[in-house]
Design a protein around this ligand. Structure first.
Ligand SMILES: NC(=O)c1ccc[n+]([C@@H]2O[C@H](COP(=O)([O-])OP(=O)(O)OC[C@H]3O[C@@H](n4cnc5c(N)ncnc54)[C@H](O)[C@@H]3O)[C@@H](O)[C@H]2O)c1
Ligand SMILES: O=C(O)CC[C@@H](O)C(=O)O
Length: 524
């Protein structure tokens, strides 16, 4: 049973995939509610109200996934989550239409003075001359950020007979042509647009992208809209340009600080505002809640999520193909960490055979998560594996080779320490399963599972008997035993599997046998 904390107002109907999951316990409370035990929560669902800080995550040691029912993840400390190995997902397109419609409604309201006229009539006035508006038809609309929402706005603007200029450094000419918009520079948008609307995320590049310097370049009377994120249009600079009459009107759904309180822009009649309502429709809330609830359920069912912010997306089909190699990669990493007792500064992975057709970067991360398991006191998974290796000064190299050592596929990993290098090779055999086929210079063949004992010894008559004798004397049943050697009479290895781990005393008795060079328990 996994516990999910739903900390913000998220559509109840949208939570059905989780409410119907008998393995899920849903708690609908704020994160600071004294009744909530944060230490047992494994999934956290939020909208924009809850600030998911590193400090909050520190109080949630079991947290595995944070789901944002919406697009923007600026209320979540994503780098901190990544470092902690917590997956962050969002619902990128569930509220696109609602936000585009809201922006359009704001634009029409701004041009026709609807909010002001509405208040006036409610105040028993009838000022028809005061609220003469301007048509959208024939006006040029500048869109900064031509992603999901920007594109929907462009479509609607064209239907209204507007000409559309867009600025988005990531927009290709082909896509601009397909959308029927004119791809422009930011300066062109500033100089030519009657109305400018921003639809970028808030990033260091976009913060204040419309500031005093940009406002100077705009047409007198320009209308500006921000239904994306507070701060993309610099609010202080904007207030100056509203005050001096250069800007003809402003529509804001978002603010740098929400709620904005006593904000300098709020006193102007030609500034219209809404309280971050872009995504607030029944449809959008149902869409985003259903999307994230389904994703969280998928995650706890052990399947790949598709909308992760800090994990590469992987389809279910590919995941199914990769799954056997994923397990063996993890096991190889874990065997290495249990066998190499010194500090490791390099891990090099070579993929050969049929596995090279797959997304090997994913397997490398799985290997790293196995390697770090038990070695460091941090939960390492595919989210933070590379970052953790980098932080620990471990170089990770990935190679493709044509030599699969006679197998259909082979994953070979070498860990280099100050003194030694240790190589483990594994393969996945259809209808048979994962096998380790090479260990530290020896060909061998064992199933990487359960309680294993890796013994290095001299290849002399009677060694196996002596080992068997010690174990027999202590009523220890050997489940399986595999041996490997390079040449007769030289060094050799055996890998034994037991039903339970051996005690320190039993290990020490084995270690004291004459022919034994070293013994190394491996628990997988
Ligand atoms: N008001 C609301 O309730 C509400 C609802 C949903 C989304 N949003 C916000 O709307 C914004 C857009 O959402 P979306 O779903 O369309 O996102 P998106 O990722 O689909 O689109 C963003 C676009 O911005 C572009 N971009 C990035 N940096 C840029 C830059 N420096 N200059 C110009 N373009 C740049 C990207 O290339 C991308 O095409 C986000 O900030 C999101 O958080 C607000
Ligand atoms: O939760 C909300 O209503 C905000 C939605 C919006 O800002 C988003 O980024 O998706």
């Amino acid at each position: 049973m996994y516990q999910i904390l739903v900390a913000d107002a998220i559509s109840e109907e949208g939570l059905y995939p989780l409410l119907n999951d008998t393995n899920a316990e849903i708690i609908q409370k704020k994160t600071d509610d004294p009744e909530v035990d944060l230490s047992t929560i494994e999934a956290l669902l939020v909208r924009s109200a809850t600030k998911v800080t590193d400090e909050l995550m520190a109080e949630m040691p079991k947290l595995k996934i944070i789901a944002r029912a919406g697009v923007g993840v600026d209320n979540i400390d994503v780098p901190a989550a990544t470092k902690r190995g917590i997956i962050v997902i969002n619902a990128p397109d569930g509220n696109t239409i609602s936000t585009a419609e809201h922006t359009f409604a704001m634009m029409a309201s701004l041009m026709r003075n609807i909010p002001q006229a509405h208040s006036s009539v409610k105040n028993l006035e009838w000022k028809r001359n005061q609220y003469v508006g301007t048509e959208l038809f024939g006006k040029s609309l500048g869109i900064v950020g031509m992603g999901r929402i920007g594109s929907e706005i462009a479509k609607r603007a064209k239907v209204f007979g507007m000409s559309v200029l867009v600025f988005d450094p990531f927009l290709t000419k082909e896509r601009a042509a397909k959308l029927g918009v004119e791809s422009s520079t930011l300066d062109e948008i500033l100089q030519r647009s009657d109305i400018i609307t921003v639809h970028t995320p808030l990033t260091p590049e976009t913060r204040g992208i419309i500031n005093e310097e940009a406002l100077k370049k705009t047409k007198k009377g320009v209308r500006l809209l921000n239904c994306a994120r507070g701060g993309i249009i610099d609010e202080q600079d904007l207030a100056k340009y509203v005050a001096n009459g250069h800007v003809g009107g402003v529509a804001l759904d978002v603010f740098e600080t929400e709620p904005p309180g006593e904000h300098p822009l709020l006193k102007y009649e030609n500034v219209i505002v809404t309280p971050h309502l872009g995504a607030s429709t029944k449809e959008a809330q149902l869409n985003v809640a259903t999307q994230v609830a389904q994703e969280v359920r998928t995650y706890f069912e052990g399947n790949p999520v598709s909308n992760s912010i800090n994990l590469p997306a992987i389809s279910k089909d590919i995941y199914e193909k990769i799954q056997p190699f994923y397990q063996i990669s993890k096991q190889i990493g874990n065997i290495l960490t249990q066998c190499v007792k010194e500090g490791v500064h390099e891990l090099s992975i070579t993929y050969s055979g049929s596995v090279t057709d797959l997304e090997t970067a994913y397997l490398t991360k799985a290997m790293l998560s196995g390697f770090f398991k038990g070695r460091i006191d941090v939960n390492v998974n595919e989210v933070n594996a590379l970052l953790t290796a980098k932080e620990r000064g471990i170089t990770v190299g990935e190679k493709i080779s044509t030599d699969a050592f006679g197998y259909d596929n082979c994953i070979s990993v070498t860990a280099k320490g100050e003194e030694n290098a240790f190589t483990v090779r594994g393969t996945f055999i259809d209808h048979y399963g994962p096998r380790i086929v090479y260990l530290n210079g020896f060909n061998i063949d064992f199933l990487p599972e359960g309680n294993l004992l890796y013994i290095q010894h001299m290849d002399r008559p009677g060694v196996i008997g002596h080992v068997g004798q010690v174990l027999g004397d202590h009523h220890i049943n050997i489940a399986t035993m595999q041996v490997g050697r390079k040449q007769a009479g030289g060094e050799a290895i055996m890998v034994l599997a037991f039903d339970k781990p051996l005690s320190d005393k039993e290990l020490s008795l084995l270690n004291n046998l004459d022919e034994i060079v070293s013994i190394n328990p491996i628990i997988l």
